[in-house]
Design a protein around this ligand. Structure first.
Ligand code: FAD
Length: 495
């Protein structure tokens, strides 16, 4: 792809992950004539653009698509490159059309209790979450037949549900996946979010095009400077509205590069400490389950690697989000010649809500540049005493949950390196008022600007423990309503 074909658009969105794509889709659906430019610094991997790489059937092509998404620097999990910050050693980014949404696991739990945003009315947020579930094709029943999933949930429920309200009990994990009529699963990437917008000429997707900075005329965003990362050519496109949806690290970076530097920019960085533990269903339980269900090993449904098949929702009383996966092989060597039946090895991941502080932050410098020529980042990040106490509590909680499910395979629960959850958030967070502790309002409009929105996990102001994408897509739905109002008011002024 070369530089954008036109010089002016109604909307320019920088970053084509799930949140940027949500703005495109909502504006496309609700504004009959809007011309939209969607920029991404990375390559287009698939046709249609933004397809989840798990849906690429050929393993060689899939591996190539993952490599092409990694960008410059040391590789992280497939499809990502490591940020390379010692304070957040596992933090990683994807650079491709679809963003991390082409690589994600698709777990889409709704936030609850203290994860919710107090200054957005519940009914409004619930409506946004419902729309986000539609956009991402979320289904909680795609793996109802996964072997032993009901047994695992029954055991977790017995331990955890008695004190919980009905809507926060142990449940199948809502996943962004569609089950085809032949039973095959299709994972939601941003092709699903974009829908018809991805193929319409009103929407232009410019890949390998870096947003270098947002052009401001006083307090008003009027366009974007774009660089073709292959040829290094640059151009400026005009826009009536700009959305920066370039992930929780690069969104504040782009605002900084554009001279938009509110005090909270890059601060309140939080990633969810993640504890893992593995157990095995006892043999007598496996045999009894087979006797009750009458199903043989061959009749069982498929196990999907790395899928959160079951969900332990966050509550204020149990302040962890539990993602429970069932594996078809043991992650650790087992003694003797134990025959592991698919689904009987259970990986429990407990995610904690981080203690949020402005001191955890990304510092940008004007005197050094990253591989894309944007301001270099330095991460400041530490676990507070409260975090260390939460992590100990989570280890205890996951060990208890593991013991309820089966026989431990690990000596003790393990804290993964900081950044592992890939759920970093908060760096352009929203707030109810402009008091210096937030970057945008509850509609994701950057304070004291006009025509400029931010999107991504970076706008989430609370310390969530659950996987955040559903929440940030819901907040993008909310922001898009305000953006549509902005476009409508500009049109009225022109008349
Ligand atoms: P991203 O998807 O990160 O997209 C940002 C895009 O911006 C990228 O494509 C990037 O190339 C582009 N960009 C950046 N800077 C610029 C620039 N200057 N100019 C142009 N383009 C730019 N979340 C969940 O909720 N549930 C899960 O189960 C889950 N599992 C995950 C598993 C894996 C392996 C990974 C990698 C992530 C997972 N996540 C999960 C995280 C989830 O994918 C992210 O929360 C989500 O993709 C964030 O969406 P986004 O639109 O904000 O940003």
């Amino acid at each position: 792809m070369s530089l954008p074909s036109a010089t002016a658009y109604d909307l320019v969105v920088i970053g084509s992950g799930p949140t940027g794509s949500t703005y495109v889709r909502e504006v496309y659906d609700q504004h009959a004539t809007a011309r939209i430019l969607l920029l991404d610094a990375g390559p287009r991997l698939t046709d249609p653009p933004g397809t989840h790489v798990k849906n690429i059937p050929d393993p060689g092509q899939r591996a190539r698509a993952q490599r092409d998404s990694e960008g410059p620097g040391p590789a992280g999990r497939p499809g990502t490159r490591l940020l390379g910050a010692p304070e957040l050693p596992a933090a990683a980014l994807s650079t491709n059309v679809g963003g991390m949404g082409a690589h994600w696991t698709g777990a889409c739990p709704r936030p609850g209790d203290g994860e919710r945003i107090g200054f957005i009315p519940d009914a409004e947020m619930d409506a946004h979450l419902t729309r986000a579930e539609q956009l991402l094709h979320v289904d909680a029943h795609a793996f109802d037949h996964a072997p032993f999933a009901d047994e695992v949930r029954r055991r977790l429920s017995a331990l955890l549900d008695p004190a919980r309200p009905a809507h926060r009990r142990v449940a199948p994990m809502p996943l962004a996946v569609t089950t085809r009529s032949d039973g095959a699963h299709v994972w939601s990437g941003t092709d699903v979010v974009l829908g018809g917008a991805g193929a319409d000429e009103r929407v232009e997707i410019a890949d390998r095009c870096l947003g270098l900075r947002v052009v401001m005329d006083g307090d008003t965003a009027t366009g974007v400077v774009v660089r073709d990362v292959v040829t290094d050519e640059e151009t400026t496109v005009a826009a009536r509205a700009v959305v920066v949806a370039a992930d929780a690290l690069r969104t504040p970076q782009l605002l900084h590069a554009s001279g938009i530097r509110p005090p909270a920019l890059g601060r309140y960085l939080n990633d969810q400490p993640q504890i893992v533990y593995a157990v095995r269903l006892p043999d007598d339980v496996v045999a009894a389950h087979r006797a009750v269900t009458g199903r043989t090993r061959d009749e069982d449904g498929a196990i999907v690697p790395q899928s959160g098949v079951s969900w332990v929702p966050y509550t204020d009383a149990h302040p962890f989000h539990g993602q429970v996966m069932q594996l078809d092989a043991s992650p650790v060597p087992l003694a003797g010649d134990i025959d592991v039946e698919p689904g009987t090895v259970v990986g429990l991941g407990w995610f904690c809500a981080k203690d949020i502080t402005p001191d955890d932050r990304i510092e940008f410098t004007d005197t050094a540049a990253d591989a894309y020529g944007l301001p270099a980042m330095r991460i400041h990040y530490r676990y507070s005493d409260r975090d260390l106490a939460t992590i100990e509590q989570a280890k205890k909680a996951v060990a208890e949950a593991g013991a309820a499910v089966g026989i431990p395979l690990d000596d003790s629960p393990l804290l993964l390196p900081a950044g592992s959850s890939l759920h970093y958030q908060g760096t352009t967070r929203m707030g109810p008022v402009d008091d210096g502790t937030s970057v945008c309002d509850s509609h994701s409009r950057v304070w004291n600007t006009r025509g400029l929105w931010v999107a991504g996990n970076n706008v989430i102001p609370t310390a969530t423990a659950c996987n955040p994408t559903l929440t940030s897509v819901a907040l993008a739905v909310r922001g898009a309503h305000a953006l549509l109002d902005h476009l409508a008011s500009m049109a009225e002024r022109r008349i």
